[in-house]
Write a protein that binds this ligand. Sequence first.
Ligand code: PGA
Length: 253
Amino acid sequence: MKKIIIANWKMNPESREAARALASATDAAASKAASVNVAVAPPFPYLGEVAAALKHASLGAQDVFWEKQGAYTGEVSARQLKDAGASHVIVGHSERRMYLGETDEMIGRKTRAALEEGMTAVVCVGERERDGAQTPSVVASQTRAALAGLKRSMLKRLIIAYEPVWAISTSRNTRGACSPDDMFRARLIIEKTIAGLFGDQASRSVRIIYGGSVDKDNIAAALADGRMDGALVGGASLDPDAFAEILRRAAAV
Ligand code: PGA
């Protein structure tokens, strides 16, 4: 399976022009890293702009609503995202869980809606506190909720992103980094949870990636020692040179 590196721009940059420039630079970097898949998830208003700039990377969105159509002010359906050119969508990011009150149940519905529409869903799971005691139960229960009601045939388009909230760059402070051992442990929990519901073989078709302060210095260890199938990159994806270096190092693993 090819590794996948996903740029999560969050609520950045501040103009269409800047989004276009960042997308072009990212695409140029992706063109030189053919052995990895690259996806870029800009804010909704820039989807069209970024779609036009990407030739070597897929387009992603940062959220999706679970209904197909109708009176849901402010929401965006999977079909609309696809029509805008997006093939990937991030679901259940911890910032949405925290600031928008997204629950496991909502995230499960969003995941199902994206997969039913043929999109790749990138579902974020991860514990809030560093101490490690919570990790197995939080990661397993969030993964189980994301899988609720899915068909086995959908799993090949499912990506689980292990993102320990304490390791995300904007909330990290002095709490330190997530080690490749911690990543691998989380991987085993996620695999076991999927296997418990769908069997061993199905669990191997789900890509498990890491997010949380990924940069040029930790990407190789995350992929090699942490056994991650890719990464979800926030802060460093806004700096084209930093992102290009991450892609270079990921391609060399
Ligand atoms: P970060 O963000 O790379 O800035 O830590 C990752 C994420 O929140 O998806």
